[in-house]
Structure formats: C-alpha cells, structure tokens
Write a protein that binds this ligand. Sequence first.
Ligand SMILES: *Cc1c(COP(=O)(O)O)cnc(C)c1O
Length: 352
Amino acid sequence: MSQFWSESVHQLKPYIPGEQPKVSNLIKLNTNENPYPPSPKALAAIQTATNADLKLYPDPNSDILKQSIANYYDLDTAQVFVGNGSDEVLAHTFQALLKHDKPLLFPDITYSFYPVYCGLYDINYKTIPLDNDFCINIDDYNQENGAIIFPNPNAPTGIGLGLNTIETLLQNNPNSVVVIDEAYIDFGGESAVSLIHQYPNLLVVQTLSKSRALAGLRVGFAMGHPDLIQGLVRVKDSFNSYPLDKLATLGAAAAMDDKTYFTETCQRIITSRDVLYSDMQKLGFDILPSQANFIFATHPHHKAKTIAQSLREQGIIVRHFEATRINMYLRISIGTPQACETLIKALKSILS
Ligand SMILES: *Cc1c(COP(=O)(O)O)cnc(C)c1O
C-alpha cells in the first residue's frame, strides 16, 4: 500500500502465476509447460537473428509471424492479431471487445486471469456455474450478456466442447462477441478457427506457450473477423507499438512453420496423458476426461493439498487451487514418460 498509488491500483487483485522454482532439480508439473524443447528450427531462427541488427526497432506488426499463422490456418493476415503472450492478447481483448453495459459471461471454474482483467478494466461480469460433471452447458449462456469467454478445453478441468456445440453457442448469441481461448486446443480438441469466416462475432485466441513449447518467448495470437482484429490493433497501438521483439517474432514464425515437429511432440504428450490417466486411475484417483496437456484429479481418501505437499518433498511440483468446488483436485501437467513414471512411483509411496 502506498499513498502514491493511483486510486484504482488499491482495488486490484492480481493474478498469481504458478511457481517457477529457482532450482532446476525438480520435476515441474505445475504450469502446463511442454516437457519437450521448442522446435530446433525456432531456436536456429532466434540464434541467426541474434546480431547487431538488434539495434533497430522490430517490425511493429510482426508481419512475418502473422503470415506464418495465416498459412497454418489458411487465413488472411487481416484476420490475425499477435501479442506478447496470449495473456496480453486476452488483456487487449477484454479492453477492446468485452466491456459492455450487459455482463460478460464466463464459467465459475475457469482461467483465473479473467476476473483479474475484469477488475483491471472495470468490466461488469457474471460467472455461470459448470454443471455437476464440471462441464460447460451452453444453454446456461442463453441469457442477457454483452459478451462470452471461456477456454476450450476449459482450464483447469481439461474438458472440451465439440465444434457443433461452439457453433450453436454462436447461433444463440449473434449480437455478442464470443471469445474461445484455445490455449490447449492442440492436445486433442477441435479448433473453432474454421467458424470465423461465418461468424463475425467469434474471436479465437491461441498461444505458443503450451503446444509449441515457447512459454519463455511470450507469443500469443488471436484470429477473427478483420473488424475484431482492428479493434485489438487500436488498443495495442495505444499501449505498446512493439509488443513482440524481433527474436520472438522470428522464433515464433519458425515454430509455426515446423508442422512435423509440432505434430510429433503433441502426439507424444497425448499418449503420455492416456498412460498417466490409466495409471492414476489404478491408484484410486477420479480424473476428469482431459483434452489438454494436464489432468485434473482427485482422490477419495486423501486430501489434494496433502498429496501436493508430499510430492513436493519428493521433488515433484503440481498445482493445487484453494478455490471452492475444486480444492480437492490437483492439476498435473503431462511430463515426459520418465517424469510420469517418477510421479506414479511417488504417488504409490504417498498413498500406501
Ligand atoms: C496458459 C494459458 C494462457 C496464457 O498463455 P500465455 O500465452 O503464456 O500468456 C491463456 N489462457 C489459458 C486458459 C491458459 O491456460
């Protein structure tokens, strides 16, 4: 607290990111990072660009990256917006597209940054409870709203909605901006990108942090009708003209272009997820069906918080949220097959 703060700063409730430990000998399954390194082509592009030209400002529009994203999804670059991590893309989206008189709707259990942005931008919002199976029921969104946002698959449940369901939601809400945050879509979900051609109110947000293993580079993007993109550009150019540095732009573009590496590493993670799911089921865990690179699991006889503490003592970090409805669950990121095996061994010893 300080008398020198702006009045609004006193009211903020900032997001609390998962721990990034300073020691490197831990098995880190707490922030849904990719267990595999980024594409070698992305690293090579960054290394090549690390030269005296860094004295120059970068391209303010990151056109090379926009073109790679447009190529990947068969879009026009006017349908693409890029930012410094999808958190920044989301921040601009909340400010540019989601602030209306009628409330913004999102699930009660979801990405915990959404209410933080609402606080930052003073956005009127209403949370819609997930059903008893932790699913989003789109019929619950048939009520007065200024806009709608949720992740698909949802976080931290991992449960995804099909493309038909997203399309029904869009048909039910033609006058609202609908934002689908697809941070985890590449691990088995169906992207809604194909719908942006028919639905000018749809914005799809993605990140290179999870499926492309570039959390440290900070690159995210949004895709939608050029009018939505223009709204985002207005906010971006009123905030920071150069959100992506040159290394991030070129590294991210190379990662988008390297489809082979991307597909192979995603498939490995999906395979590990299915193995971990059945191994943990055998240990008595109840696990939600995940389409993401993490699983959300609870044990009928052991407290999630206690399990998390015991795992930590054995050098494994997972995420536990104190929030109601989910405080008996652990969110565990999918690691390498070896990391999953070490986790299962540790769980066996803790539960016995
Ligand atoms: C990880 C995550 C993000 C943020 O990703 P960055 O691009 O690293 O900022 C956004 N939304 C959801 C649901 C996430 O899990």
